[in-house]
Structures are given as structure tokens and as C-alpha cells.
Design a protein around this ligand. Sequence first.
Ligand SMILES: [Zn+2]
Ligand SMILES: [Zn+2]
Length: 355
Amino acid sequence: MLTHVPTRFQVFNKTGEHFHYKKEEVDLDLKKGEALVKIILSTICGSDLHTIEGKRKEDTPCILGHEAVGEIVAINSRSGFEIGDRVTWTIADSCGHCPACTEYGLPEKCHELFKYGHASVKNGSGLNGCYATHIHIRQGTHMVKIPDSVSHAATAPANCALATMVNAISHTKGTPKRVVIQGGGLLGIYACGLLKAKGVKQIFCLEVKEDRFPLIEQFGAIAVDARNAQKANQFILDLVGDGVDAVFEVAGIKELIPQGLTLLRPGGDYILVGLVHPDSQLGITAEQIIRKCIRIKGVHNYAPWHLDEAIAFLERNQNNFPFESLISPPFLLEELEQAVHEAQKQHWARVSVKP
Ligand SMILES: [Zn+2]
Ligand SMILES: [Zn+2]
């Protein structure tokens, strides 16, 4: 199905170079199950900043950006979806027939994985990222319709940060009574809200930046000042005795792991999410893991059903948590570099961009 579309997008070449803002008329051949989506609002994820700063390598030149909400403007035979639907989509496209997709239950580890916002402009139509007016959604990508009551701003980070945390909390046994979250950035804040909504009684969120404490508390957790680790541990252990049922690592700092182990009760779950970088050699022994009978689980990205649950969670809880206050007012696509600078200042959990 042929579609002609005037597009605008920001191309990333390499660290230290300006983005290249381009306008292009694109002829697109939409195959069965594919869609062309007009971006309504995107947000700048920490992993985009890592790529821009050179801490992570991508296939360049590329259009960055993978967190977004959009509207279908063209679609080729995909049941349940039509032009005009407001949607989000999985950050990964999976084949549906390899062992990871079928046997392991990990389509996010598909052997033919394609990730939006991380692919060269030479891959497919080139419309592979969200810092653009349009994105080309492939056949193996799960799309989710957004309920009218859920705002653009609340939705934009759902297909990366929120869905990842839906995945992370699904690995606790039943409903834990007490948990610790190490890190109060967006992943940590979503963890607070998800666990609160799940009925967890005591949620402690360890964070060093005081300006994040009010949001942490609005999302249902007790903000614990992590600048003095000893004091923080004492405060938590005085309240929970044996330790907590689960610890979530979302700060990406390896030095925090021994602290997490101290706070975990015997037989607890340690769920690692943030340490997804090479500087992550852990300072704990197998003996500590064995003697405390703990379970360690790594979580990377998520599967389609986690994104379904993320959107359902937003719909159910829009009056319980201030989702919009996590997101900055939008910068224009033309101003992407200013938006990136704003994101680097960390005043907002997410900085948003609109075409
Ligand atoms: Zn992301
Ligand atoms: Zn696959």
C-alpha cells in the first residue's frame, strides 16, 4: 500500500555534532500489518542522553527517540486498528517465531529484534525514531490504543520506562508487604506508584536528590535520604525488622548493591533494572547470596503484555497519581537540542518534544 508523506525529523550523527534537522517527502510502501503513525508527543529517555553523550553506541545516522504517543494516519490491514486511533507501541519489533518469541516468553530478546529510536536511517523506510513527525510501525510491533481519558503527557513515557517497571514488579512473589526502591528517577517513581496500586503497605524509595522527595511521596512511597547510607539503613530496618521482601535497583550504581542486600530479608527478591551498562561488576559474594537464600532477577525492557498493563494502569490511576507533573511542557521538534540540554539538567523526570 503506497503512501506519500511530507516528514520532518532530527538526524543524530555522532557525539559532539549538532543534530541535522531535515524535511523530506517520503514514499512509503506499507506492508500488511504495518502502520504510519504521526507523532503527537515524545519524551527524552535517559538512554537517548547516553547515546547523545557518547556513553552508548548506536547505528548512525539515526533518528533517536523511542518513547511517544501518536495517531495512526495510514494502516494496511491490521485488525482492531484504524486511521485516527491514538496509540503507543512496543519499543521492539519481534519476529514471533524464534525460540525467544515462542519458547522463552521473551519477545524482547527476539533473534531478529529491531528497536525503534536505535536504528540507522538506512534500515527500512528510515522513519524509525520518534524525534520526527512520523514513525513507520512494523508488523511485529505490538500497538495499544490509548483511552480518551489518558493524556498525551501521561502516555508518552509508557512504552519504555513504565512498561519496563510493570515487567520488573511482575517478578515479585505475590504481593510483597515491604519493598525498597533504590533510585527516585522516573523508573523509581513509577515503581512506587505501581507497588502502591498493587497494595504494598510499606514502600521505601532511596534517593539522594531532595527535590525528588515530594514526587516520590505523591506516588505513595516514603522518601528516604540516601546520602547517609548507614542512617538510611537504620531508619528502614528499625521499621521492618528482618528486612524487606523485595529490593528494586533502578539507580544504575553498582556500589548500592551491598546496601540492597543488607536491607533484603532472608529469601527476598533482588530485582536489577538500572545497572544495564558495563561498569556493573558487583561487590557481593556468592556466599552472601546463598546464606541469605535470596533470588536475583535481571529485567531488560518488556514484552507486549507489559505495555497493555502499563496503559491500563494509567487509566485506572490517573486520579491517584500526578503523572503529568513528571513531564516538562513540550519543546518543538526544531528545538530538540534545547530540549536535550533541559533533560540533562534533570529538573524534570522527562522532557517532552512535539513536532
Ligand atoms: Zn527508554
Ligand atoms: Zn523472534
